[in-house]
Design a protein around this ligand. Structure first.
Ligand SMILES: Cc1ncc(COP(=O)(O)O)c(C=O)c1O
Length: 474
């Protein structure tokens, strides 16, 4: 009790020094992103193993630790923040959100219950309201910020189960396409459904769910005594950015009395563009929508969102009281986030979205998304000019999938050839692309989503693809 250890209570000067030491390294790192390799994984595993160590008994100066991070640890990775990262779904990571996180963590307010920090909770509620406006939901809609799209899809499945099925729910059937993100299947399994209850519906030549096949599957399942309850539509699939016919899915869901969830984790913010609005017509009729700010709003990883047409549904599915908690308020304006999700204590995710949107308005986000659509179209036209390249999936949003074709080659040899092309493109370290399997064929994909990616980087991408193909021919 006497002489308590005050080491963890930093003085004002110590706080200032620690932040200054971090900023001294962060700013040059971020400023030099375009010059850094697009990925540097050589020796990364060995480096990771060398980091193993027992629980530290002694302290070490912050400067040394930060140097270890910035000199050895951070560079040995995919450069997911750089302009050359065109793989999977790029995040980007606007700096404003990093500063918001520092504020959030420094003030460390409790965000599970509205009354613990009403002003901050209102800022998060504002963000949700703005997202509801973007998707065209009514004023009665509601939602919350999650850690990402997977958790949003999970809570969507749990909510649909609660709203549409009895407590004994094992006859409930879910429907998604063969292009739906695997987090939907994972969500169904975590929500207690057997794997066989997830019906995988085939897609058309543009990777969109075949609504006729879906309708047939629902009819057959009903006839077999099952209970169809959830249809999942894609607004931007991970493989190719495919957008399902959402209006047709909304009609079918209505006819069949199914919950209609749209996974717009990747594609949803393209609603801010004219092209996206046209393509995603019908999304506003969904019961729930997953929308990821750490994709289409360029935030650092760690923020997804789930929006619900019926504002009370999340609470009905997730709300559980406890004697040691204050009773929650029924006023729909006072949202207790812990009653709307699996989490109790949670970080304050609102500020990392609120700060950049308030600082700049939606304009720069909108213009960046329009630019990404145009860059993808530009890259597609350049690819089309290359001899032997087949565009396997024309861009619907900001993803194009292509492959090299050679007559007389076996499917296995062609796949291997394309894997080799991909390896050569990435080896130049100016861009980083990823591949996927589409209709049993290996294809290379370009996904343009970073706010740091502009025409100059796309020109490098095209140069490197051309060079990789030429090298194969030599
Ligand atoms: C369409 C789609 N849905 C869901 C997810 C899962 O999102 P998260 O990685 O944020 O959990 C992804 C991730 O890429 C995605 O592309």
């Amino acid at each position: 009790m006497e002489n308590p250890d005050l080491t963890l209570e930093l003085s004002s000067e110590a706080m200032q020094q620690l932040v200054a030491q971090a900023v001294e390294r962060i700013i040059p790192h971020v400023a030099s992103l375009p010059q850094q390799p697009s990925a540097d994984a050589e020796g990364a595993l060995e480096m990771a193993r060398m980091l193993k160590e027992p629980l530290p008994q002694q302290g070490q100066p912050a400067a040394e630790l930060l140097d270890l991070l910035f000199t050895h640890v951070i560079p040995k990775s995919f450069n997911t923040a750089g302009p050359g990262y065109l793989a999977y779904i790029p995040g980007g990571g606007i700096f404003h959100s990093a500063v918001a996180d520092l504020v959030t963590d420094a003030v460390n307010r409790y965000m599970g219950l509205w009354l613990a920090a009403p002003g901050l909770a209102q800022l998060e509620a504002n963000v949700i309201r703005w997202f509801c406006e973007i998707v065209g939901f009514p004023a009665t809609a509601n939602g919350l910020l999650t850690t990402g799209g997977s958790l949003a899809n999970f809570s969507a499945v749990v909510t649909a189960r609660r709203e549409r099925l009895p407590e004994q729910f094992l006859s409930g059937m879910l429907y998604a396409s063969d292009q739906t993100h695997h987090s939907v299947k994972k969500a169904a399994l975590l929500a207690g459904f057997p794997e066989g209850n997830v019906r995988v519906i085939p897609t058309d030549d543009r990777c969109r769910i075949r609504v006729d096949a879906l309708a047939q599957a629902i009819t057959a399942d009903r006839a077999a005594g099952c209970s169809p309850f959830l249809i999942v539509g894609n607004a931007g699939s991970t493989n190719t950015g495919a957008v399902d016919d959402l209006a047709a899915l909304a009609d079918l869901a209505q006819r069949e009395d199914c919950w209609f969830h749209v996974d717009a984790a990747y594609g949803g913010f393209f609603l801010l563009t004219a092209q996206g609005k046209t393509l995603m017509r019908g999304l506003e009729r969904a019961d729930s929508v997953t929308l990821d700010p750490h994709k289409g709003l360029f935030l650092p990883y760690g923020t997804g969102s789930l929006l619900m047409r019926d504002g009370g549904a999340l609470k009905r599915a997730h709300g559980v009281g406890a004697s040691y908690l204050p009773s929650t308020d029924d006023d729909p304006d006072l949202m207790d986030f812990s009653q709307m999700s699996p989490e109790l204590s949670r970080g304050f995710r609102g500020l990392r979205v609120w700060l950049p949107l308030k600082m700049h308005g939606i304009g720069p986000f909108q213009r960046n998304l329009e630019e990404k659509l145009a860059l993808t179209q530009w890259a597609t036209e350049e690819l089309r000019k290359m001899l032997g390249i087949e565009i396997v999936a024309e861009p619907q949003l900001s993803i194009v999938a292509f492959r090299l074709v050679r007559s007389g080659m076996s499917p296995e040899a062609l796949d291997q050839l394309n894997r080799d092309v991909l390896r050569r493109i990435n080896a130049r370290k100016r861009v980083y692309l990823s591949g996927t399997m589409l209709r049993q064929q290996f294809v290379i994909r370009i996904c343009v989503l970073s706010f740091r990616t502009h025409l100059d980087r796309m020109q490098l991408a095209i140069e490197d693809i051309r060079e990789a193909i030429a090298a194969i021919a030599r």
